[in-house]
Design a protein around this ligand. Sequence first.
Ligand SMILES: NC(=O)c1ccc[n+]([C@@H]2O[C@H](COP(=O)([O-])OP(=O)(O)OC[C@H]3O[C@@H](n4cnc5c(N)ncnc54)[C@H](O)[C@@H]3O)[C@@H](O)[C@H]2O)c1
Length: 253
Amino acid sequence: MRLEGKVAIVTGGASGIGAATCKFFAREGMRGVVVADIDDERGLQVAAEIEDAGGSAYFVHLDVSDEQQWEDAVAATIDRYGKLNVTVNNAGMSIPASRQNVENTTLDVWNQMHAVNLTGVFLGTKHSVPEMRKAGGGSIINISSIYGIVGSKSGTAYHSAKGGVRTFTKSVAIQYAPEQIRVNSIHPGFADTGMTAELHAQPEERERRTALTPLGRIGQPEDMAWGCVYLASDESSFVTGAELVIDGGMIAQ
Ligand SMILES: NC(=O)c1ccc[n+]([C@@H]2O[C@H](COP(=O)([O-])OP(=O)(O)OC[C@H]3O[C@@H](n4cnc5c(N)ncnc54)[C@H](O)[C@@H]3O)[C@@H](O)[C@H]2O)c1
């Protein structure tokens, strides 16, 4: 019961890392887990699974790039559970059209990638802070990527947005440290989720990524969810502005 009594919003909670995080949060004793996503069907399913297992969860439809929807999601959280202690800005996207070098990246794709992967984190942080202040502190966990730390030959807009999440996190950590609102980023390596399902189903790509990872396997959503549990809990009460890399050693090389 590492999270007993706390209330969290997890964006992108319908799938992959977000869904695993919601389930771990509930299992560790949270009073309420708000599963927030654009995917209503799968989001409702995750919330139902948590309730069936004896936890408390609530689904809200949220497009993280829409400020009004953020205001509504935070209000719904307060209505339902009375407070907000933890926000995991996890929702993210990568599409085939975004896996391009800079010359082949269209402005539309660039804007879309930043709207979800970076503006979504800004809005989630902006609208969580006032409620965390009322609660006497809180923890904001921003899911970046190893690709927010190092570059690669493609994925130009993804690198830019995830790199933005990394330094945005440090900036906000400094701004709100006096109010005990902690802000940290997590940098997953290659993981099996909805986003990578097609890519990792290609044996050659899967082998290439496994070979690049010193621990010799592709990550699982639960590997990242444990990091969220730590950063959400009081065990990390002296941790802010930090980068938690969970990548099987990939970028240590
Ligand atoms: N899977 C990996 O290898 C990997 C590696 C590094 C970082 N990440 C990051 O992890 C995070 C979680 O992704 P995942 O791998 O679990 O993928 P996923 O596709 O399984 O889950 C992403 C979720 O985000 C939701 N989403 C997408 N756009 C949204 C929006 N505008 N508003 C609200 N929800 C939205 C999707 O509906 C989905 O449920 C992302 O930020 C991703 O960039 C993933």
